[in-house]
Ligand binder design. Structure first.
Ligand code: ADP
Length: 493
């Protein structure tokens, strides 16, 4: 059995409880926003790196193509110029011309100018060619046999060379194809540069992502802060005082929500106040004539048996009316936030008192089943009222020989207060219905009474954030248990 220490009942803890829920929702929403933002940013980064690579590769390729074309144009120009000289371009001066061309053209890095003459490698600039393009390779063999202009790419497996982009131009002297001019570029250098830029961009994007997420976290907190204070205030209002309002700041959406909420509270408070006033006025107006009639009836001295009977009947009906007014008033009050006057209740002593009070209701085999230990925060008056309603019912539906057991306990975070009887029991079909107002049709018959007793018990349990459990079997008896979660009791306090 769990007992609640005084320490755990301090006002601070009691106040903190409802807001923990608000805080949880706040954190959930904030995390939700944060995760969405993270997902958007992840997609953005995931797409931007490959897009960046594709764009930069295109730019680099275009630049290389331009370079190669430039070299080819330079070759063509020099050939034309040579042809225009007196000497012209002959079989004899062709090797000299090619050597001269290669010596005056200094190609960019990773670009190579190759000349082939009469089916053999003639010369190149720079002189040292990468292995992959050297004489013995497949590509060089291809060039040796080629005798036309071509723009193409050649993939190598050498990581230091990468893909080769090349342009060719047949070398024609005296109307005869004598060889081939090749300008080629190895792309490994560019690829390496692209890779390095990709790594740098990725690093930068991750740093940006980190700061963006950090800012998103702060921003979402700031955006949600008014909502959090709104719901905290709203919770405080609904739990205590209907006259409180949410402070309206600024003119944005939050201010609109606060204003709408405040307007709703205005209407609610007005409806509540007028309902309260109506009930108060009606009960007051009803109580006065009831008291007056009661006084007159007391003074009446009936002459005959017939008159005595009538007076008794009137008194009974008047009592009923009085009870009805009181019960309705109580049920109306139960809706109000100030219905309960909570205080620390010592369960053991409280249960003993309840037991003593119950035993005065009627002669039955009363038994105090469990006294319970520990303390709770609750309204002892209201709980007594609910308990006595249950005990009174138990006496109504039992005989002198029956047992009525009562008890209270704290277990697994809940407070239990029960009344058990070995009376007539309630059929399953009516076990839920009997908690409704004016419901008194049970086991196929209409019972005496107003049918408000159990509705009051339920209202008192609900005001404590609890409920009423019923276990009953016709012919065996019933057990009514008021169950109140401790958390709610603490909060109520
Ligand atoms: P009332 O105020 O008229 O007593 P209640 O709301 O207390 O009405 O009870 C509603 C109905 O539930 C009663 O009319 C009765 O039939 C049934 N009831 C309540 N308590 C018991 C019980 N302990 N045993 C059997 N029937 C019960």
């Amino acid at each position: 059995m769990k007992s609640l220490t005084i320490k755990s009942l301090t006002t601070k803890r009691v106040k903190a409880k409802p807001f923990s829920q608000v805080r949880r929702i706040f954190w959930e929403t904030r995390t939700y926003i944060f995760l969405w933002y993270l997902a958007v940013m992840a997609v953005f980064i995931g797409l931007s790196v490959p897009i960046f690579s594709i764009l930069i590769l295109r730019t680099v390729n275009a630049r290389v193509e331009e370079e190669l074309t430039e070299e080819l144009e330079a070759f063509d120009t020099l050939i034309d110029e040579q042809k225009k000289t007196k000497e012209g371009l002959t079989h004899e001066n062709l090797p000299r011309f090619l050597k001269y061309f290669l010596s005056v053209r200094l190609p960019e890095d990773d670009t190579f100018l190759i000349t082939i003459l009469d089916g053999d490698f003639f010369s190149s600039s720079p002189r040292a060619l990468p292995n992959t393009v050297w004489e013995s390779t497949e590509l060089m063999s291809y060039f040796l046999e080629l005798n036309k202009s071509e723009r193409n790419r050649y993939k190598t497996s050498d990581p230091n060379i990468g893909e080769i982009m090349y342009l060719t131009r047949p070398v024609i002297a005296e109307g005869q194809i004598r060889g081939l001019f090749v300008v080629l570029h190895t792309t490994a250098g560019e690829r390496q540069e692209i890779l390095e830029s990709e790594i740098t961009v990725t690093k930068v994007l991750f740093i940006v992502l980190f700061f963006a997420l950090f800012l998103a976290w702060i921003a979402s907190g700031k955006i949600l802060a008014p909502l959090r204070s709104l719901s905290t205030t709203a919770l405080a209002i609904s739990e205590s005082d209907l006259s409180q309002r949410i402070p309206v700041q600024g003119t944005g959406e939050m201010a609109e929500v606060a204003m709408t909420f405040n307007k709703m509270m205005d209407r609610l408070e007005a409806a509540f106040t007028s309902q309260q006033a109506l009930i108060n006025d009606a009960s007051h107006e009803l109580r006065t004539p009831i008291t007056i009639i009661d006084c007159y009836l007391e003074q009446l001295e009936p002459d005959s048996e017939e008159q005595k009977k009538i007076v008794k009947l009137l008194k009974d009906e008047l009592n009923r009316m009085n009870r009805l007014v009181n019960d309705l008033l109580l049920l109306a009050k139960a809706e109000r936030p100030d219905f309960l006057n909570c205080e620390i209740v010592e369960i053991g002593t409280f249960t003993e008192e309840l037991y003593t009070k119950a035993t005065t209701l009627a002669k039955r085999n009363w038994s105090l089943e469990v006294k319970g230990t520990g303390r709770i925060i609750a309204d002892p008056q209201r709980l007594t009222q609910a308990f006595l309603n249950l005990a009174h019912n138990a006496t109504k539906y039992t005989t002198e020989d029956d047992v009525i057991g009562v008890g209270a306990t704290l277990s697994k975070g809940k407070f239990y207060l029960w009344v058990r009887d070995t009376g007539e029991g309630i059929d399953t079909a009516h076990q839920k219905k009997i908690f409704e107002r004016f419901e008194r049709n049970v086991n196929g018959r209409r019972c005496e009474g107003l049918g408000l007793g159990l509705a009051i018990v339920k209202a008192i349990a609900s005001a404590h954030q609890g409920w009423v459990e019923l276990k009953s079997q016709v012919g065996i008896g019933s057990t009514f248990t008021i169950v109140i979660p401790l958390e709610c009791l603490e909060r109520r306090g």
